[in-house]
Design a protein around this ligand. Structure first.
Ligand code: FAD
Length: 386
């Protein structure tokens, strides 16, 4: 690690820690996972989101004019560390704030920025990302949902799937095909769509973990106003890449969550009697846990390197792709290690949830196989298979 927190960042840490202690409702500690919008604390979470936004703590890197702090990367790191330390939930719009807002800031009209960014920041309007379709996931440019020009509106027909928060969201960053005759990547446009319009239906999907955190979206002759276009017509692929690059960049602080889980599993294993000692003394369980520990520490080292690059103004390296890949592996390994160490107790509660939920980590935000292809080509320079 060759960056320094420095006195400015430490002063910010002290200020933030005091603010969190004064403002966070203790009931909300550990809340804010994907299904929080269905949960019993949703109104408190909305209130917490507004407090974060009004204090300038909802999106640190954003420009001040939209409610951010224009914070540098080290301050953002301090923020992630302190929120994790306090077990404080983040804002309700993680996809909106991290992925969609940067695209609106880069490609939006002034009217779009003024209309959308503030309510997104305060969690008053929930956003979703409508990219994947039943036949277009890894091969996103194969998307078929069509928008046809009808004077003052687009007529949208098609289906999206795996749309996180889709059944809670008021707005969607939607990729559509506006020119069916252009090349695969060329005829796509991006629309900011009001999901309450007639002709749009969101059907929640229940995951293997029993929660409903994403939905299918069906569009049947939905009339979407022309003003919904984000960025250039037929060049929505560029807008999508901006969104996706921010999705990848957001992984740098994942190690905080993972390292906490490793510490929790070590504590749980120590508290589980096995033979004359604890489950943590059992060789297989201990081996599995320590492998997960080493991988989590590796994630931190990669994240530090990514932060160091950014702090020195260097372009992002391959760390984001590597961290995403290791994150998925370590989450799955930890879930297995919990089963090994805790036995039947790992079938319920938090570990029981994790043991099924973690399967999604190798799919969400780009699959592990596709990620390995990217690393093989762009990092290792290996030739493509024919
Ligand atoms: C929890 C979660 C949240 C999600 N949220 C959203 C969201 O908010 N918005 C959204 O639009 N989408 C979302 N997705 C969808 C996600 O982006 C896609 O599932 C993902 O891109 C994979 O696409 P697919 O499901 O169509 O699988 P496919 O692309 O059909 O892949 C099937 C299998 O083939 C493999 N494969 C595909 N291509 C290659 C290749 N070239 N080389 C090697 N192997 C390959 C894959 O790795 C996978 O194992 C979410 C998914 C999950 C699990």
């Amino acid at each position: 690690m060759d960056f320094d927190y420095g006195p400015g960042a430490e002063a910010f840490r002290a200020e933030l820690r005091t603010w969190i202690e004064a403002n966070l409702d203790p009931q909300l500690r550990g809340e804010g996972h994907g299904s929080a919008l269905d949960g019993p604390h949703r109104e408190q979470l909305r209130d917490w989101n507004r407090r974060l936004a009004d204090a300038g703590y909802a999106a640190l890197s954003w420009p001040r004019e939209y409610g951010g702090r224009e914070a540098g990367v080290v301050e953002q790191l301090v923020y992630a560390e302190e929120m994790s330390r306090a077990d404080a939930p983040g804002p309700l719009n993680p996809i909106g704030l991290s992925n969609i807002a940067p695209a609106i800031m880069e490609y939006g009209t002034e009217e779009q920025k003024q209309r959308f960014l503030r309510p997104m920041l305060r969690g008053d309007e929930i956003w979703s990302q409508g990219f994947s379709e039943p036949q277009a996931g890894s091969d996103l440019a194969g998307l078929r949902t069509a928008a046809v020009d009808d004077g003052d509106a687009w007529i949208v027909n098609g289906q999206k799937i795996w749309n996180t928060f889709g059944h809670h969201a008021q707005w969607c960053e939607l990729l559509v095909r506006t020119d069916p005759d252009a090349g695969k990547h060329r005829g796509i446009s991006c629309l900011l769509v009001d999901l309450t319009l007639p002709g749009i239906e969101a059907r929640p999907l229940r995951t293997i973990a029993g929660t409903e955190e994403f939905a299918e979206l069906f569009f049947t002759d939905a009339r979407v106003p022309k003003s919904a276009l984000l960025g250039p017509l037929h060049d929505g692929w560029r807008v999508a890449l901006t969104t996706l690059s921010h999705e990848r960049a957001g992984v740098a602080s994942l190690h905080l969550r993972v390292r906490k889980k490793v510490a929790q599993l070590i504590a749980d294993a120590r508290a589980t009697p096995r033979g004359d000692g604890s489950a943590f003394d059992a060789p297989v369980a201990r081996h599995e846990i320590m492998r997960a520990y080493a991988m989590a520490e590796n994630m931190k080292a990669l994240a530090d390197r990514a932060i160091s690059q950014a702090a020195h103004g260097r372009p992002p390296g391959p760390e984001g792709s590597l961290i995403k890949l290791i994150w998925s592996d370590v989450e799955n390994r930890l879930a297995r290690a919990a089963g090994e160490a805790l036995g039947a107790a790992a079938n319920g509660g938090r570990w029981g949830h994790d043991r099924v939920y973690v399967r999604s980590t190798s799919i969400a935000g780009g699959t592990s196989q596709v990620n390995r292809n990217i690393i093989a080509g762009r990092v290792l320079g290996l030739p493509r298979s024919s």
